[in-house]
Design a protein around this ligand. Sequence first.
Ligand SMILES: Cc1ncc(COP(=O)(O)O)c(C=O)c1O
Length: 441
Amino acid sequence: MSPTTPKAKAKSRKDIVAKHKEFLLPSLGSHYADPLPFVSGKGVHLTDADGKEYLDFFGGIVTVSVGHCDEEITERIVDQLRTLQHTSTLFPIEAQADLAEKLAAIAPGDLKRSFFTNSGSEADEKAIQMAQAHTGRRQVVALRHCYSGGTAGAMSLTAHGTWRINEPNAFPVTHAANAYCYRCPFGKEPTSCNLECAKDIETAIQTTTDGQIAAFIAEPIQGVGGFITPPPEYFKEAAAIARKYGGLFIADEVQSGFGRTGTKWFGIEQWGVVPDIMTGAKGIANGLPMGWMITTDAVSQALNGKVYLNTFGGNPISATAALATVEAMEKRDLPGNAARVGAHFRNRLEELRDKYPLIGDVRGKGLMQALELVKDRKTKEPAKPELQKVIESAREQGLVIGKGGLMGNVIRMTPPMTVSVSDVDEAIGKLDKALAVGSGA
Ligand SMILES: Cc1ncc(COP(=O)(O)O)c(C=O)c1O
């Protein structure tokens, strides 16, 4: 029996998909033309309802940090399920307090006080509310191509037409150019650009606000945007500009946090900057729902006196899962593994770039790696249909990879951080064949 074979026989793929189509919102997108329900997972592998096994190089959208159904984490969750499942945030929760202590220990600088939610969207909204209360101002600066979530406030921050519905405007937000070096918004080269993109934050503040802001929020590596990775000096400059105009710097670590970028716990540490507020979700609890916001003692006082409630946020089950996840990552040095295996992965992806003109750019850090596909390396015309062919062909060969980017032409790969060099080599073999299909070879 395969390690990922489900204990009880699941429904057939056809039945699951038919019921999904009938009872869920039709707007729920499918990764593949023919929807694919998975029924079990173990480590870096998933099994579908037909019993076919896949290498999972997307991790449930950058979420399964320690591998599917990890024994140690599962034991702790089951133990908590048998002990206490819910009380609400009106009562101190032991696992939540332990988790908050642990997160204060691994967070950079003097970030210390946490608030837990059920999703990254809520965490980002809470971060903005905190910054607004602290500064007494409302205006926020975000970056083009960013994704902050699906609630009204988070959607207001988001700068991706695809993900903005009904013109959200819960916060006054102005969007500055992002550090998209492969398609520099200013037509410059990274070696001589003088960080024009960071300077655009200042121009945005001067031209579209009254000159004072509550916050500047940014993902260290833009996730949904297609793993857009700013140059090394970018965040020092960007955070300094935000602070010059009275704003707090919020790092959205929903995708880049928790060891994903290699060696460090949080993506922003790769740029040597300490934010005033940091948010997280996804990889924090290995797949259980949890969002998180952390700030300094000083900033946290801003909303003191106003009663905060989040019925499920940081409930005993999710808090136990998150603590077990962080402790497992620490014990097994998964941030270190993300750096080591990520470096090998990157080299292998660069070899593929040398082989396939379809690959215009390879970018990312650690185990957060992307390929931007183009029809022509000179014109950089986005290769969206080709990307879908690559994804579908990878599926046929038993490899799950993600997609993203404003133009839908970026392959995103974020395997569980337990992944080995031989798993990467196996994935590269499958990806090689899929790229040949996408290239029309
Ligand atoms: C960077 C970032 N922030 C926030 C969110 C919103 O998180 P959630 O989907 O848990 O609400 C996402 C989701 O993809 C994200 O990538």
